[in-house]
Write a protein that binds this ligand. Structure first.
Ligand SMILES: [Mg+2]
Length: 304
C-alpha cells in the first residue's frame, strides 16, 4: 500500500490512447484530500499506487457526492469545460484523407493508411516534445508546429510547403470539421440546467472561425479559450487559470471533459478543477482515470 500522506510523491503512469504517459504525483492532504497534483516526468510505473490514485483521488464524482452530503468545501459543478478536437469536433473527411488529397493534387498517390500512420507518429512526437518542454505557445509556434508535421507526413510530394499552406487554410474552415452526434443533446441539456459551458483547446486562432462556422457551436463563440491566445498549452496551469477567468467560476466548480488524459483530465485536476476522460474509442482499462464513453456520460455524472 503506497504512502498517501501529504507531501509524499509517487510515481505512476496514465494511459492515453494506448500510449503510456509517466507522471510524478504529489499527494495534497489534508486541505484537498480528494485531489492530487502531478508533474509529467520520465519515471517508472508503480501499479498499486496508480490504482489507488485513479480510483480515489482522480474521481469527478467525488465533489458531487461531497456536495450532496453537505460538505461545503467543494460544492456542485457550475461549469463544464469542453475540449474541442476529439471531444466536440472531428475532421471530416478524416485527416489522412485530406492529406492524401493534398498529395494527389501534386501528382503523388498515397495510401490513407500510410498517411494515417505517419500523422500519428509525427503528431505524437510533437506532443511528447511539448509535454517535456515549457508548454509556452503563440500563433507562430502553432503555425510552425503544423508546418513541421505536414511537411514531415508529406515529405515526398514535390512541394511540401504548398501542401502545408493548403491544409493550414483548409483546417481553419468549418467545412473541414463536424460535430460529434452527442454534442447538441449535451449542450441543450447543459443550457436547460443553467450551467456555464466553455470550449478549451490546444489550438490557434483558426478555431474561432471553425466554432463560429458550425451552427451547433456558434452560441459558444465568445466562450472559447485557445492556447495560442493564452500563451500556454494544456496542461499548463496558466491555461486553466484563463479558463477559470473566462468562466468566472472557481476552479473547483468546473468539470473538464476531454479525450486526452494528460491535457484534459490530469492537467485540470492539478489546477484544482474536476475532470473526466472522454474515451470515445473504448481504449481505457481499469487503471485509467474515471471515464465516460460519450458526452451523454457528462449528464449522468451531473445527475448522480
Ligand atoms: Mg482533444
Amino acid at each position: 500500500m503506497p504512502d498517501l500522506a501529504h507531501g509524499k510523491y509517487l510515481r505512476t503512469v496514465a494511459s492515453c490512447g494506448g500510449d503510456e504517459v509517466p507522471f510524478l504525483v504529489s499527494i495534497v492532504r489534508p486541505t484537498m484530500p480528494d485531489r492530487v497534483q502531478a508533474q509529467p516526468s520520465v519515471l517508472k510505473r508503480i501499479g498499486s499506487a496508480k490504482k489507488e490514485l485513479t480510483r480515489s483521488a482522480v474521481h469527478p464524482l467525488r465533489g458531487n457526492q461531497r456536495a450532496m452530503k453537505g460538505h461545503a468545501a467543494v460544492g456542485p459543478i457550475e461549469g463544464i469545460v469542453l475540449d474541442a478536437v476529439g471531444t466536440l469536433i472531428e475532421p471530416h473527411p478524416p485527416v489522412a484523407e485530406a492529406y492524401a488529397q493534398a498529395a494527389e493534387r501534386q501528382g503523388v498517390t498515397l495510401e490513407t493508411t500510410v498517411v494515417r500512420a505517419r500523422f500519428r507518429e509525427f503528431f505524437r512526437r510533437d506532443e511528447t516534445s511539448d509535454q517535456l518542454g515549457s508548454l509556452e505557445t503563440n500563433e507562430v509556434v502553432e503555425y510552425q508546429r503544423w508546418r513541421r508535421i505536414v511537411t514531415s507526413v508529406l515529405a515526398e510530394v514535390p512541394d511540401p510547403e504548398q501542401a502545408f499552406r493548403e491544409l493550414w487554410q483548409y483546417f481553419g474552415t468549418s467545412e473541414a470539421w463536424r460535430c460529434f452526434g452527442d454534442v447538441v443533446p449535451l449542450l441543450d441539456s447543459l443550457r436547460a440546467e443553467g450551467l456555464s459551458v466553455c470550449i478549451a483547446s490546444n489550438f490557434d486562432s483558426r478555431l474561432r472561425n471553425v466554432v463560429s462556422g458550425l451552427s451547433e457551436l456558434r452560441p459558444l463563440s465568445e466562450q472559447v479559450v485557445i492556447s495560442s491566445e493564452v500563451g500556454y498549452r494544456k496542461p499548463h496551469p496558466a491555461f486553466y487559470e484563463a479558463v477559470e477567468t473566462l468562466c468566472g467560476i472557481p476552479a473547483e466548480k468546473l468539470l473538464s471533459v476531454g479525450d486526452d488524459v494528460e491535457n484534459d483530465v490530469l492537467g485540470a485536476l492539478r489546477s484544482g478543477l474536476r475532470g473526466v476522460w472522454l474515451d470515445r474509442g473504448g481504449n481505457g482499462q481499469g487503471e485509467n482515470p474515471p471515464r465516460i464513453a460519450d458526452l451523454g456520460g457528462v449528464l449522468s455524472l451531473l445527475k448522480n
